[in-house]
Unconditional design. Structure first.
Length: 363
């Protein structure tokens, strides 16, 4: 079935549909990962977005149960150069096309993803409409007037509190759109993980008597969740905090810094980041369209610990006097390199140090 993509700059792309039928409006972004399309599709941080894969061949290993990062995909659409109809992998449980159809996601192949990516890099992320129908060009342009989502976090966050029991430190995980691998990273270090909705109050969180709090990744603009910023502000100094991706941005906002929308963001598994303390460079997995404004950090107590080598943006923060730190990239690295998994160990040591100093809220 023929399919089309219309960008808000009036660029029109033609391709073949391999997912669900219909029409959707979303923000077009690109991801440079060579593998991991299932983890990307099921990452809640893509809620409301249309993903363009720069790697040309997608779908060749199908869908596997172990590779989900949430219970379902959250993207609005999926654009690829070449779609592999038949998967060849012993772990495959269903083809990608069937997966997209089951969840109502439009997939389009045959797109000139190189041109589309260059256009996004030049002009920034854009709104687009995908369609498998026969609407006129004027009708598609009218659809582009549909406003983009502003409630993505509320859509993807858990609606109830649930616990991953374990024998080690108790960590409260504020869910702004958490990936399963973050929970696995904590559980693999024997942490008991208590996952709570994004709008849980500081009082409710402290009632669990946590050894630490993790602020998860999530979709959209961090300023669209002011209740979370207020909660984090109430937690500062009372418990160790580790922010990841959106959690990094929210921690900065809670401390008085500012964030801004990036031109086209960082999305992929090959983003170089430099640790300022050691001078070491790690290759990281990232997915974000907003960043902390470096100039806004003055007077907040936060200092920059990591920077992106491609554009110099802030990739890591630590507070000078309070037990909290954050990174813009994904230490769980799913998909992507595993260079940064030690950040979970760093958080564990921070919780241990905080407790030994007698500053724990348990006292």
């Amino acid at each position: 079935m023929k399919a089309r993509v219309l960008l808000e700059d009036n660029s029109l792309f033609y391709g073949e549909s391999f997912g669900a039928e219909g029409a959707w409006v979303g923000e077009v972004v690109f991801n440079t990962s060579m593998t991991g399309y299932q983890e990307i599709l099921t990452d809640p941080s893509y809620c409301g977005q249309i993903i363009t894969m720069t790697y040309p061949l997608i779908g060749n290993y199908g869908i596997a149960r172990d590779d989900f990062e949430s219970m379902r995909p959250h993207a609005q659409g999926f654009l690829v150069r070449e779609f592999a109809e038949y998967a060849s992998n012993w772990r495959n449980e269903m083809p990608l096309a069937q997966f997209l159809k089951e969840y109502g996601i439009i997939g389009i192949s045959g797109i000139d993803t190189r041109m589309l990516t260059r256009k996004i890099r030049l002009h920034g992320t854009m709104k687009a409409v995908l369609t498998t129908g026969d609407e006129s060009l004027q009708e598609l342009k009218e659809r582009l007037n549909t406003p983009l989502m502003r409630d993505q976090v509320a859509r993807v966050s858990t609606k109830s509190i649930h616990v991953y029991p374990n024998t080690g430190k108790r960590v409260v995980l504020m869910d702004f759109g958490v990936k399963h691998s973050i929970v696995r990273g904590l559980a693999g270090r024997n942490c008991e993980v208590v996952t709570v909705p994004y709008n849980t109050s500081a009082k409710e969180i402290l009632r669990f008597r946590p050894d630490g709090v993790v602020l998860s990744n999530g979709p959209g603009n961090p300023k669209d969740v002011p209740e979370a910023i207020y909660t984090i502000r109430q937690l500062l100094g009372k418990v160790p905090i580790f922010g990841v991706c959106m959690g990094h941005q929210l921690l900065a906002l809670a401390c008085g810094a500012d964030t801004e929308k990036m031109k086209f963001g960082h999305r992929g598994g090959n983003q170089p980041v430099k640790a300022l303390k050691t001078g070491n460079t790690v290759i990281t997995s990232q997915n974000h369209g907003y960043a902390v404004v470096k100039e806004s950090l003055q007077g907040t107590g936060l200092e920059v610990t990591h920077i992106a080598l491609n554009d110099g943006s802030v990739e890591g923060l630590a507070h000078q006097s309070l037990p909290c730190f954050s990174v813009q990239y994904h230490p769980e690295s799913a998909p992507g390199p595993r260079d940064s998994e030690s950040l979970f160990d760093h958080f564990e040591k921070l919780m241990e140090s905080f407790a030994q100093k007698g500053e724990s809220i348990h006292a």
